[in-house]
Design a protein around this ligand. Sequence first.
Ligand SMILES: NC(=O)c1ccc[n+]([C@@H]2O[C@H](COP(=O)([O-])OP(=O)(O)OC[C@H]3O[C@@H](n4cnc5c(N)ncnc54)[C@H](O)[C@@H]3O)[C@@H](O)[C@H]2O)c1
Length: 250
Amino acid sequence: MFDLTGRVALVTGAGQNVGAEIALTLAAQGAAVGVNDLFAERAEAVAATIVSAGGRAVGVEADVADLEDVREMVQTVESELGPIDILVNNAGVPPNQEWDLIPFHETAPASWHTWIDINLYGVFNCCHATVQGMIERGWGRIVTIVSEGGRIGEPLMAVYCAAKAGAIGFMKALAKEVAPHGVTANCVALGTLGPPDGDPELVARLARRYPVGRIGRPSDVAPAVVYLASPEAEWVTGQTLPVSGGYTTS
Ligand SMILES: NC(=O)c1ccc[n+]([C@@H]2O[C@H](COP(=O)([O-])OP(=O)(O)OC[C@H]3O[C@@H](n4cnc5c(N)ncnc54)[C@H](O)[C@@H]3O)[C@@H](O)[C@H]2O)c1
C-alpha cells in the first residue's frame, strides 16, 4: 500500500524539520521529489540525501510568497523530474517564540504580512502553479500543513491562526472544485513539535498539554502525508487531519 513509484512530488519548505522528513518519506515510498526551500543549501542537502539513497530529487530555491518564483520552481521541477502529481504545502513561518507572544492589539500591523504572505498566499501560489496540470492529467494530491491553532484558535498568535485557518478554508473549497478531476486536497493540522534536544523544562511543560504525553516529531507527520498523497486516499478530500497527540478530539 501507499506505493508512490512513478509519482512526482513537490514539498515546500523542505530544507529542514517537518518538510525534510516529508520529502525523505515520500521518496522512500518511491516518489521523485522536488525539495524546495528559501535557502538553496538546505534544499540541496535534502535532495542529495534522497539521491544518495537511490531516489530521484532536485533541490529548488524559491520563496513561496512570490508567485513568479513559484512558477519558475514548478518549471524547474517539471523539467528535471516530470509533471507534479503531489504538492505538499509545508513552508510556513511559526508564531512568535513562546517568550515573545503578544496580544493582537499590541502587534504591529506591518508584521501581519509575514504570516499571511507565506502561510496563506504561499499556499495559493503553489496551488495556482500546479493544479491545472493535475486537472489535465486527471490525478493529483494536495496536502497542506496547518496548525491546530488554525482549527481552534490559540491566544497570542491570532494572525498566525488566521493564516492557517485561511489555508484550511481554501483547501476545503479547492477540494470541491477539483474533486471531479481526480484531485484531492486535504490539510494535516499539527500540534507543537520540538527538537528532541530542546530545553527539557520547556519540552516537559509543553508535553503536559498533550494527552499522549509528549510533543510531536516530524516522523509523526510524514506518514499522514504519505497516506493522503497515496492512491488509496482517493475518497478522502476536503478534510483536516489532526496529528497532535490528542490535543483536540473533534
Ligand atoms: N513545528 C511546530 O511545532 C509546528 C506546529 C504547527 C504547525 N507547524 C507547521 O508545520 C510546517 C513546518 O514547520 P517546521 O517546524 O518544520 O518549520 P521550520 O521553520 O523548522 O522549517 C520551515 C522551512 O521552511 C523554509 N521557509 C520559510 N519561509 C519560506 C518561504 N517563504 N519559501 C520557501 N521556504 C520557506 C525555511 O527556510 C525552513 O527550512 C509549517 O507550515 C508550520 O507552520 C509546525
